[in-house]
Ligand binder design. Structure first.
Ligand SMILES: NC(=O)c1ccc[n+]([C@@H]2O[C@H](COP(=O)([O-])OP(=O)(O)OC[C@H]3O[C@@H](n4cnc5c(N)ncnc54)[C@H](OP(=O)(O)O)[C@@H]3O)[C@@H](O)[C@H]2O)c1
Length: 234
């Protein structure tokens, strides 16, 4: 169980694992998590590949003390908090494969179900309403939250700059919302907000298609900022 009080004292030793952490999103998230003090494990179907990716990330940021290591996905799932950062098609199966390790843990799903149709990336309608809900069904004893869907991987991984984006967090478990907001809210520039139950994960995930369309149309990296919400996370 997540203990918010405890969490604030265990940032150093707290371990966060990323299943499918070798892609742009996982790598960006890994360096950002490590930069704010989390011991971060990049998971992969190949532990060797994860090691190699971590060596590259460490070489990229020599002036930062990043606690980053590579492991098989099972090693990432062994951490205190786990992120699922595979492509959407693989997210539920990846969680199911390590469901026993995920029991009782906060598991953050950041996958967006999108498909290229002509020149557009369009949102799909996953069978359980969202990929986060499918991950929750695949690992029923985990405390799944949906978060980080709208943050461009490049911005997560650029430690020279704050992350200029708000993050919506949804879950059926209040402790998962609290933990996710606490973790993500540590990233400079990020405001993280509670956005309800996993029933809201579908529209949150689908909105990513709109952002990507804006990126394509305006050749930029659009992100989300809300008005009417306070300056603080949570
Ligand atoms: N890219 C972004 O800016 C961004 C931002 C927010 C959210 N997201 C979401 O984050 C997720 C990851 O995005 P990404 O761009 O990093 O994706 P990606 O590069 O396509 O995939 C990430 C990693 O998942 C693993 N993987 C691929 N196919 C798999 C399969 N069939 N089974 C298990 N693992 C598999 C691969 O690692 P190994 O081969 O090493 O196992 C791969 O490096 C996506 O769902 C995306 O919607 C992306």
């Amino acid at each position: 169980m997540w203990d918010r009080e405890c969490a604030s004292y265990t940032v150093g030793p707290m371990r966060i694992g990323i299943i499918g952490g070798t892609g742009p999103a996982g790598c960006g998230l890994a360096v950002r998590l490590a930069s704010v003090g989390f011991d971060t494990v990049v998971g992969s179907r190949s532990a060797e590949r994860a090691d190699e990716i971590c060596r590259g990330l460490l070489a990229e940021w020599p002036d930062h003390e990043l606690a980053l290591s590579g492991a098989a996905n099972a090693g990432a799932a062994d951490c205190d908090v786990v992120v699922v950062a595979t492509p959407w098609e693989a997210a539920a199966a990846a969680a199911a494969a390590v469901a026993a390790e995920l029991a009782g843990k906060v598991v953050i799903s950041m996958a967006n179900a999108l498909a290229k149709v002509g020149r557009e990336l369009q949102p799909l309608a996953p069978s359980r309403g969202s990929i986060a809900a499918a991950v929750q069904a695949a690992a029923p004893r985990a405390l799944v939250s949906g978060a980080l869907h709208h943050v461009p991987a490049h911005d997560l991984g650029d430690l020279k700059r704050p992350v200029d984006c708000d993050v919506l967090v949804c879950s059926d478990h209040p402790e998962a919302i609290a933990a996710t907001i606490d973790i993500v809210g540590r990233f400079p520039g990020v405001r993280a907000f509670e956005a309800g139950t996993l029933s809201h994960a579908g529209p949150i995930e689908a909105f990513t298609a709109v952002l990507l369309q804006l990126n394509a149309a305006y050749r930029t990296r659009a992100a989300v900022r809300f008005t009417g919400l306070g300056p603080e996370s949570g």
